[in-house]
Write a protein that binds this ligand. Structure first.
Ligand SMILES: Nc1ncnc2c1ncn2[C@@H]1O[C@H](COP(=O)(O)OP(=O)(O)OP(=O)(O)O)[C@@H](O)[C@H]1O
Ligand SMILES: [Mg+2]
Length: 272
């Protein structure tokens, strides 16, 4: 891969849920989207509910096949989901951490099984050590090893979800509304963790949110999505101060208190 090539390159992606014969009228859910993310950078993807963010994310992560377009990782085109031999390279963190965590399994079991299956640890004891390391990385610790999801707070569950995504050492992390379901103060703490992880692990991230303020907090750049298309992309502060697209202007106008208490470098006394 030559210097300057973005790690993730998404080119001309279309996701159309309508049956082929019924494709009249409005645009598809994802309407010819292209974007790229340099290694170690975080791109925020922001737009209102239903604009196609998750549809795009699922296709990038290989959880669904696109109607058209290509995705390249490290310069090489990724095959369709069925053909991906290594599904660990792009991982997702979801809005509802419950969806990624088996409610019957302890945190220990969730993490160690994953580590062993994907050969990220040699043996049970090494896997446990690595699980603790991962938990510490996300602001938790060995204390939650034997908890099950329902015994954890929302913020702790989401942190376990992040640890789970990181366990397989992905090249790209996609966070799809990863903090949206959390209380505002908890949101800020988890955002802080994500931002720290991005820097510490040199992670390449696609951070999806309907909330421009939240996006700005973690992203190096933001892309604004509207009705399946990227209508604007730029540095968060530029987009906020000087939105060029009409839709972005309405989004900015609807964004309350950009430097509200929740987003001004919160203190993190203990993980929530
Ligand atoms: N599996 C599916 N089958 C049919 N239509 C779908 C499917 N998934 C999403 N859609 C439709 O595609 C459009 C985009 O949905 P998507 O979930 O990608 O939006 P989103 O930006 O993630 O919204 P939100 O902010 O609410 O999560 C919506 O009109 C949605 O109803
Ligand atoms: Mg969504």
């Amino acid at each position: 891969m030559s210097a300057g090539t973005p790690l993730l390159q998404v080119d001309d992606i279309v996701v159309d849920y309508r049956p082929r014969r019924g494709r009249t009228g409005g645009p598809p859910a994802v309407d010819h989207v292209s974007l790229d993310i340099p290694r170690g950078r975080t791109l925020g993807l922001v737009g209102q509910s239903g604009c196609g963010k998750s549809s795009l994310a699922r296709v990038i992560a290989g959880l669904a096949a696109p109607t058209g377009g290509t995705i390249r990782l490290g310069g090489a085109e990724l095959p369709a989901p069925r053909g991906r031999t290594d599904a660990t390279r792009i991982q997702m963190v979801f809005q509802d951490p419950g969806s990624a965590l088996n409610p019957m399994h302890t945190v220990r079991r969730t993490l160690t099984e994953l580590l062993l299956v994907h050969r990220r640890a040699a043996g049970r004891s090494a896997a446990t050590d690595r699980a603790v390391e991962l938990l510490e990385l996300v602001g938790l610790g060995a204390a939650v090893l034997d908890a099950r999801p329902r015994g954890l707070s929302g913020g702790q569950r989401q942190r376990v979800g992040i640890a789970r995504a990181l366990a397989v050492e992905p090249e790209v992390l996609i966070a799809d509304e990863a903090v949206s379901a959390l209380d505002v103060s908890v949101q800020a703490a988890v955002l802080n963790t994500l931002r720290d992880l991005g820097a510490r692990l040199d992670l390449t991230m696609l951070f999806i949110s309907h909330d421009l303020a939240v996006t700005r907090y973690v992203a190096d750049e933001v892309a604004v999505m509207h009705r399946g298309r990227i209508v604007e992309r730029g540095l968060p502060d530029d987009v906020l101060r000087n939105p060029r697209h009409e839709y972005t202007r309405s989004l900015v106008a609807a964004t309350p208190r950009m430097d509200g208490p929740a987003l001004s470098a919160p203190e993190e006394a203990r993980p929530v």
